[in-house]
Design a protein around this ligand. Structure first.
Ligand SMILES: [Zn+2]
Length: 635
């Protein structure tokens, strides 16, 4: 069964190919663009920049310190391999299959006889192996190689990629095992690769090695750096931490691996530690988009309530990593809050990154762009993560391949099974079938225009001779949702709706989710957006763009009349807004509060999905909109 995460036990079991197939709609469109454009786009950029030739140069003995690319560029090749493996299994595309063989052959030639494979260290005049665990990313790269091999193993079976990954994993266990060097990598990831390859191959020592790496971290194992040891979560053991801190992607990859290890080893203390950190970080350190990371300096989490919209970092990779953590916690515990956050992050971080043609990407995902970015040159590498426009490739180009592997395997995040039935967590047109214990067959087809419309039709496709339970997630925002089954309609509360019987083919269950636009107010302790409102529609966060206004400066001044409500339109929702003009002043502070906005000049302001912002060209944009000052009673 092909799924990126296959725990040996847990509350829920993931369903992947061939049980789940996306058949149309929002996510299927993105899977198709990913397949037809993004995968080749990534390979051609890595060829052009010499990141692929780095492997050839190791094999030919011609590499040296002049090697192009950052030390982690190998990992982009491995993330692309993972994406190709999911894609080849999804469609049987011969080009994806050929690309896997082509890339694997180049990596395999570069592997040293003892299993070490890395193009940046240890060859020719390069710095020696494992001489910079803080910044060298050697084990991080290897971790991505192992994850690519897991994808291949689960979709195809043993091949050259799996064999080379196994040798690499054995090498890591020899060098860093219980009797070896007590080191860890500055960037967690090897733990994820080892845990999953251990599951896929039934090699418990790989899982044990992952646990060893986890427990070594947090004791000042790495050298201190100017950003402090919290940057790579080496400040505090993961079992003791209460909240995510430091570099967001590192913190999240580490937690994802910790769930894997906790589940495999029955380590409840470790599982509870991650649940605790998730809860506090989601309550206080997460943007309305699901984005994580407030600080540019260290691509990191800020303090509690430090969530400035214009300085939001919200790296696309942190969105991917957050989904990885929540998916593992959902499988382990069955708690619906994890699926809620996955949905929020999918629509408002992952979907925001790629352009409609799949050849440009957002790296940072701010919630407020004051000045429109410069149009990105499709032939140029963007030197920076932010900029307000999607770029073809980046100097540090972690995000495009992370989007590619996530979209290629996205069907694996929709549904699960347990001993009693099927659980639908995300709504998209798809077909699902599964064998349940006792020889019961469960099958269904989902038809929906979600998220644009809120009606989700679930049609049963197989007769069951014994009862089973169908569980449908009712998102936390969906108060007033209804469920119609066997001609009866009832209201269902946020959480889950369950139906249990011996379903017959053609039975139809309809879930109606209220996707009218709605105002959302922030906790007042998020001081950067106090006095503002956001507008959401179903799982989508909406935003105002300067394309719909006289200019970017109008975004600075606009205020929203929340009492006037919201109007739904075809493409946009509309809020009643005022664009006040402010007299210029030499000093933007006063001994008196600003006068309330005048009642003249209100407009209907279009609000569109955040995930498609800047698709009409560079734009000013904001998610959080100042609410008009209420007029005092009696005036
Ligand atoms: Zn990234």
């Amino acid at each position: 069964m092909s799924s990126p995460v296959l725990p040996s036990h847990g509350r829920l079991r993931p369903l992947g190919l061939p049980q789940v197939r996306l058949t149309g709609g929002f996510w299927h469109e993105r899977q198709v663009v990913n397949a037809s454009a993004t995968l080749a786009h990534c390979e051609s950029w890595m060829e052009r920049l010499g990141w692929l030739a780095n492997f050839d140069r190791v094999a030919d003995g011609t590499t040296g310190p002049d090697r192009p690319g950052w030390p982690f560029s190998d990992s982009e090749v491995y993330k692309l391999l993972e994406a190709l493996a999911w894609e080849a299994a999804r469609t049987g595309d011969p080009e994806a299959e050929a690309a896997i063989k082509r890339l694997t052959a180049r990596v395999a030639r570069a592997q040293d006889p003892d299993g070490y494979v890395n193009t940046c260290f240890g060859h020719g005049d390069q710095t020696p192996r494992y001489s910079d665990l803080e910044g060298g990313h050697e084990l991080y790269n290897t971790g991505h190689l192992l994850q690519a091999a897991v994808a291949r193993l689960r979709t195809h079976g043993e091949d050259d990629l799996v064999r080379l990954a196994r040798r690499a994993a054995d090498h890591v266990c020899r060098v860093f095992g219980p009797d070896g060097r007590a080191g860890i990598c500055g960037h967690p990831q090897i733990e994820l690769g080892l845990a999953e390859l251990g599951r896929a191959l039934g090699e418990e020592r790989y899982i044990e090695q992952a646990r060893l790496f986890l427990d070594r971290r947090g004791h000042g194992t790495l050298r201190d750096i100017p950003l402090g040891r919290a940057y790579f979560q080496d400040d505090l053991p993961i079992r003791e931490a209460d909240v995510w801190r430091g570099h967001a992607v590192r913190a999240l990859y580490l937690s994802a691996a910790a769930v894997d290890v906790a589940v495999e080893l029955g380590d409840d203390e470790l599982l509870h530690a991650v649940e605790r950190q998730w809860e506090r970080s989601v309550a206080r350190r997460t943007y309305i988009t699901g984005g994580m990371g407030s600080r540019h300096q260290d691509e990191g989490f800020g303090e509690d309530w430090e969530l400035p919209p214009d300085r939001a970092y919200c790296e696309t990779c942190a969105g991917v990593a957050s989904i990885m953590v929540s998916w593992r916690l959902l499988l382990a515990t069955g708690e619906v809050r994890y699926a809620d956050l996955i949905e929020r992050t999918l629509y408002n971080v992952v979907a925001a990154s790629p352009s409609p043609d799949g050849r440009a990407f957002f790296y940072a995902n701010p919630l407020h762009q004051r000045t429109p970015g410069k149009p990105a040159d499709p032939e140029e590498v963007s030197p920076r993560a932010e900029g307000g426009t999607r770029a073809a490739w980046f100097d540090v180009s972690c995000c495009p391949t992370n989007v590619a592997r996530t979209l290629a395997g996205l069907h694996g995040y929709l549904a699960t099974s347990d001993d009693d039935g099927l659980q639908l967590h995300q709504y998209a047109p798809c077909s699902i079938s599964a064998e349940l214990p006792g020889g019961r067959r469960a099958g269904l087809r989902v038809e929906t225009g979600y998220p644009r419309t809120g009606t989700v039709r679930v049609r049963i496709t197989a007769d069951a001779d014994a009862p089973w339970t169908l569980t449908l997630r009712v998102p936390a925002w969906a108060s007033g949702a209804t469920l119609t089954d066997e001609g009866r309609t009832r209201e269902v509360a946020p959480g889950v709706a369950e139906l249990r019987r011996a379903f017959r083919a053609d039975d139809l269950i309809t879930l109606d989710l209220p996707v009218e636009p709605r105002f959302t107010w922030p906790d007042p302790r998020i001081d950067a957006v106090r006095g503002c409102v956001a507008v959401e529609r179903g799982p989508e966060v909406l935003c105002a763009e300067s394309h719909d206004l006289p200019g970017p400066a109008a975004l600075d001044a606009l205020v929203i009349d929340t009492r006037a409500g919201l109007k739904a339109g075809d493409d946009a929702a509309f809020a009643r807004a005022l664009l006040p003009s402010h007299p210029g002043s030499a000093w933007p502070y006063s001994t008196r509060p600003a006068a309330p906005e005048s009642d003249a000049g209100w407009i209907d302001l279009p609000l569109r999905p955040y995930h498609s912002w800047a698709q009409r060209g560079p734009a000013g944009m904001r998610v959080w909109l100042p609410a008009a000052t209420p007029t005092p009673e009696g005036e």
